[in-house]
Design a protein around this ligand. Structure first.
Ligand code: NAD
Length: 326
């Protein structure tokens, strides 16, 4: 068996898919999560495997986290940390900047300190399109300088900077994945999740923030994990950083709302609150260049809208999308 993996944010939407994939590749996996946004139930499949261990803890609690990782590392050497723990409620982070300072930046800083203390020298990081801020044209990885417009984006960009400095000091290799909007089940947040929940509560009407013209690329979580595995396996620089998204396609919020209505409550009226942004810090429109990823030999098969349609069906049938179920 190859080296073990530590996944922070393991019980979250993307973390739980990542854990399942790493286990299926024969890796020994240790997952941690404070279960603020994640759920144990997301890890039901993984929990049944002897090569998986889960621990509920806050990665910002350095002493507890360090002691746990040290012990696990002694038992099964951990080759790489996949750091996914973060705040995923971007609107909440706009209202209270402490949230992203603690959950999005400090989690990275503390996880890096644990890596240094225990001696784990490979680091993978879930970054985001939000680091780019408001830019014209296709977003390429090397364009910079970047000026994020949300606290979340600012703390992710600061995390990338902290990882880069750790590479100079003690890490030997880093992979930074800049995700677009990722969709699928078990969703814990996001437009599809919110729309399904709202429609379950008021089946006759769906309120949508903004005017519905916001347009972004959406990637299905299964393809996101495929892309991450491809990059991890093939990108061999010391510092590897890639956009991941479907090429040349994007989906409007209006299309998402209409699809959710069609699947969950046909005939419901859609009411737009107006304005071209969903919330303060929302980047209403962006398009990724994935030329760098394509040169590495990978591209998703689903278009943005195909990914959304598949995810709407999945989220509509997940139990947590019912009011009161979570
Ligand atoms: N879903 C998307 O569209 C998207 C887009 C861009 C980037 N990302 C990034 O991908 C990663 C995973 O996102 P997700 O969509 O699965 O969100 P999620 O909220 O489902 O997962 C994040 C997990 O981190 C955990 N967590 C937060 N703070 C923690 C702490 N201090 N200690 C331990 N656990 C903690 C939460 O409980 C949650 O389970 C995040 O870093 C997120 O910023 C997601």
């Amino acid at each position: 068996m190859s080296g073990g993996c530590l996944v922070t944010g393991a019980a979250g939407f993307i973390g739980s898919h990542l854990v399942d994939r790493l286990l299926s590749l024969g890796r020994h996996v240790v997952g941690v999560d404070n279960l603020v946004l994640g759920r144990r139930a997301h890890l039901a499949k993984a929990m049944a495997q002897t090569t998986f261990k889960f621990q509920e803890l806050d990665v910002n609690d350095f002493d507890t986290f360090e002691a746990f990782v040290r012990e696990e590392h002694a038992r099964h050497p951990i080759e790489v940390i996949w750091h996914l723990a973060a705040n995923s409620d971007i609107q909440a982070g706009g209202a209270d900047p402490e949230i992203d300072l603690r959950s999005t930046f400090l989690t990275t800083h503390r996880t890096l300190r644990v890596a240094q203390s225990v001696g784990i020298r490979r680091f993978c990081f879930s970054s985001t399109s939000a680091i780019y801020g408001m830019q014209q044209g296709l977003l390429t990885e090397d364009g910079g300088p970047w000026f994020p417009i949300s606290n979340y984006g600012a703390m992710k960009l600061a995390s990338e900077a902290a990882i880069s400095s750790a590479l100079e000091r003690f890490l030997e290799r880093v992979w930074i994945f800049r995700f677009p909007n990722v969709v699928g089940s078990p969703a814990t947040h996001g437009a599809i999740y919110d729309f399904v929940r709202k429609l379950r509560r008021t089946p006759g009407e769906l309120e949508v923030l903004g005017d519905g013209t916001q347009e972004k690329p959406y990637l299905h979580v299964s393809e996101l994990i495929d892309g991450m595995m491809h990059i991890w396996g093939r990108a061999g620089e010391r510092l590897n950083y890639f956009n991941i998204a479907p090429p040349d396609t994007a989906t409007t919020v209006r299309e998402i709302a209409e699809e959710v209505v069609r699947v969950v409550s046909p005939g419901a009226r859609i009411r737009y609150t107006g304005g071209n942004r969903g919330w303060v810090g929302d980047v209403p429109r962006f398009q990724y260049s994935i030329a760098k990823l394509q040169r590495l030999g990978w591209s998703p098969r689903l278009s943005s809208t195909e990914a959304v349609k598949r995810a709407v069906r999945e989220v509509a049938s997940q139990p947590a999308a019912s009011p009161g179920a979570d």
